[in-house]
Design a protein around this ligand. Structure first.
Ligand code: CA
Length: 231
């Protein structure tokens, strides 16, 4: 496939060898690729080119990847972001700062794995439920068509991954999902990143939805969505 029908991926990476490799693999899979080598030009590209996904290196000169992500989210830009981290402490920063990252991958990575992750976040962001009617659990209403979530009528901004996680749980209220199940069904790949990813995203969704959040922890099993106070 030589067209770019899958959409544009913005690769933010200051190491030429890595961006060249990603460009080659992404192009082979039908993605258009734009490379930015610093945070400032990444922001400009994200604002003007409307990419389908961003691969964002954490270690960039001047403005690092976490600042780029924070700025985009502050502007209301919820493009799916896949962080590339070089060290474990960067993973902790990405996860701990609740930046609204959709996924992360640790260097050195296989380009194949990165492409699989990109496909996954793009697919999920474009996913429209087969049944288009809004889901409602307690005070939380989730519209799969507009991808809007409201709590007691107030709009809440979720990342693509947070939205899909919540939609998955709200699609079957009361059903308990294990972390492994959620990883494979929501993230779309086997549990290579570890179940901590699920816990972190659940915590982020809860934080955004506040006291009326419907996600319940089922000790030793996983998570389910139920109206607070439900039996
Ligand atoms: Ca770098």
């Amino acid at each position: 496939m030589s067209d770019t029908s899958r959409g544009l991926v913005l690769v933010v990476e200051d190491e030429r060898a890595i961006s060249d490799l990603l460009r080659m693999y992404l192009a082979r899979e039908g993605f258009g690729v734009h490379v930015a080598t610093d945070g400032g030009s990444a922001l400009t590209a994200a604002r003007t080119m409307h990419p389908a996904a961003v691969i964002l290196d954490v270690g960039l000169p001047v403005m690092d990847g976490t600042q780029v992500c924070r700025q985009l989210r502050a502007e209301g830009n919820w493009v799916p972001i896949l962080f590339c981290t070089a060290r474990d402490d960067e993973v902790d920063r990405v996860l701990g700062l609740e930046l609204g990252a959709d996924d992360y991958i640790t260097k050195p990575f296989s380009p194949r794995e990165v492409v699989a992750r990109v496909k996954s976040v793009v697919r999920r962001a474009a996913l429209v439920s087969a049944d288009d009617s809004p889901l409602e659990v307690g005070a939380v209403v989730l519209d799969p068509v507009t991808r809007r979530v409201t709590v007691a009528g107030e709009a809440v901004s979720l990342t693509a991954t947070e939205f899909d996680l919540l939609a998955h749980l709200m699609g079957h209220p009361g059903r308990v999902y294990s972390r492994e199940q959620l990883l494979s069904e929501v993230w779309g790949y086997a549990a290579v990143v570890g179940t901590r990813t699920v816990d972190v995203h659940v915590a982020q969704v809860r934080g955004k939805l506040g006291d009326l959040n419907p996600i319940r922890t089922v000790r030793g099993v996983g998570y389910s969505a139920e109206a607070p106070g439900a039996p």
